[in-house]
Design a protein around this ligand. Structure first.
Ligand code: GLN
Length: 295
């Protein structure tokens, strides 16, 4: 259940307001497990300061204008709006990315895919394609680490492409290319050493979609058919035409989909199939290589 904060706080100090906000967010919706962090991020946004500052100056009083803005944000958080939408950005990898309701909000789990890609043995001028780039998170994180790589991100949503392009500029990574394309539709004949993707993979009727922050994100970025695997099946088959010999395909997926995805890779004659677990120990990223000299 989500509900607006039901109790007020007379004390205008940072510590008291943080405490009030965390309690309000927690009691509004039990799925808001990061209530204290949410409160800190919202307050540091209103005060234009770091979260460390909040701990250094707990007795400092908020200005009236800050108080009004903070209460409004906490109220919106209590009725469900994601923190990233309220402040307009989410930090991912070492980057600050603008978000909008046109795309998925970048998740910390997706940093695992970035790490896995960086751990591969790849040519120094690797060409990379990020399918369904959204905010540009994966493409930009890779580009920020590898200035020699040629990185392209595609998304079928023109709004996502605008957002990702803007994020490239904001993070001084203007050389990353973003292009509107429904998966491979506008890629022509190009081949890539590395294809990465965080596609939609949630089952169509999953109760998860009716709870918490995902209610405010586009379902096109979340769901893909009954078992959530429609887009992944398509990508695994099609990617073979867009990978160089022994190029890699890395896919983020749901924590119960690892074995099915390994099977799909095997059935499509990929090799070196491996799955990585996220920081919760859940299978999250599966990767495989296009076999050299295959038919
Ligand atoms: N991992 C996301 C979530 O749990 C789902 C993202 C996706 O479908 N790519 O909300």
């Amino acid at each position: 259940m989500t509900k607006a904060p039901s109790f007020a706080c007379e004390d205008n100090s940072i510590a008291a307001q943080l405490n009030w906000a965390a309690k309000s967010i927690q009691s509004a919706d039990s799925s808001h497990t990061s209530f204290l962090l949410d409160a800190k991020i919202l307050l540091s946004h209103c005060l234009n300061c770091t979260t460390t500052y909040l701990h250094t100056w707990p007795e400092k009083a908020l200005l009236d204008s800050q108080l009004i803005q903070f209460r409004d944000l906490v109220e919106q958080r209590c009725i469900g709006h994601p923190v990233a939408h309220l402040i307009g950005y989410r930090d991912f990898w070492t980057l600050r990315l603008q978000v909008s309701n046109a795309t998925l909000i970048p998740r910390p789990e997706t940093e695992l895919l970035v790490e896995a890609a960086l751990d591969l043995d790849l040519p120094s001028q690797t060409s990379v394609l990020d399918l369904g780039t959204g905010t540009g998170a994966i493409a930009l994180a890779l580009a920020s680490e590898k200035s020699n790589w040629q990185v392209m991100g595609v998304d079928k949503s023109p709004d996502a492409i605008l957002l990702a392009t803007n994020n490239a500029i904001l993070n001084q990574l203007n050389w990353v290319q973003f292009r509107q394309s429904d998966w491979f539709a506008n890629i022509a004949q190009q081949q890539f050493d590395l294809i990465v993707t965080n596609p939609p993979y949630v089952e169509q009727h999953s109760p998860y979609l009716t709870q918490g922050d995902v209610r405010f994100e586009p379902s096109s970025a979340l769901t893909s058919g009954m078992d959530g695997l429609d887009d992944i099946r398509f990508i695994i088959v099609q990617a073979r035409d867009y990978l160089t010999d022994s190029g890699w395909l890395l896919i983020e997926h749901g924590f119960e989909q690892g074995s099915e995805i390994r099977f799909l890779f095997e059935s499509n004659a990929y090799v070196d199939i491996q799955t990585k677990a996220d920081f919760n120990g859940l299978e999250r990223v599966t990767m495989a290589k296009k076999a050299e000299n295959d038919l």
